[in-house]
Design a protein around this ligand. Sequence first.
Ligand SMILES: [Fe+2]
Length: 285
Amino acid sequence: MIRLDDITYIRLGTPDLALAEDFATRVLGLEVTERTAKSLYLRSDARAHTLCYVAGDPADQTAAFEVADAAELEAAAASLEALGHRVSAGTAGGAAERKVKDFIAFDDPSGNRIELVLKPEYRGPRYVGARDAAITGFNHIGLNSTDPVRDEIFWTRVCNARVSDRIGDIPLMRINAIHHTLALVRAAGPGIQHINHQVAERGDVLRNYHLLRRNNVPIVFGPGRHPTSGANFIYFRGPDGMVFEYSCGVDEIKDEASHRPRSFSFEPASLCMWGARPGGLIKGA
Ligand SMILES: [Fe+2]
């Protein structure tokens, strides 16, 4: 069993680093920690970075998860290889680029590029966003899945993900107490479906919504409230079509032993209890 402790960062290819930086700072409210000729590092919490734009193809999207120690990383590589996944060991240069001690990379059953990392770098000074979006941290992602039933088995049996709730065949899965760190959403191919940052309170979701509107940022879904996690949310589109989300008030699963996943029907009301429609965010909903 591969024990994932937390989601660590997202790496996104982009043909236009300047445009990505403008959005990530002026709109999203992240803090630039480093620029190189080919990379832009952004943080949203105490870690040195939680999002990295890399000059290149926007189809190149990677999600990284932290594991506890070198033994855990080695065991993860061995169990993935035994299951037939091709595992690449990280080089020293690659680890430095990712601001981690070591890493491995592999594709999940849908072809999503996943990295398992060791000791991501933290920074002493607190995160200060480029604007006051009230972000409290990088929280979770939606991941494309060409077969959510198959991929749920991978994430829950090969890794330590647990299903908190389901909407149709979409599993919302936790790897710690937070209601979900990973959601699998049916799609034609691999990719990051959305990237979530938590904000301090419900008012910040609405305040950010008005800023997005003023900046003509396409709103995808919300403002609304998820019946599953209880979170207040707003989804919007950033560079290269990537969907970002601000939310707050997500439930925590306090008692692992007694929690039973609920099954919500696959319909808009299961995604928003206030009646917002998920305009294109989830195919068929
Ligand atoms: Fe989300």
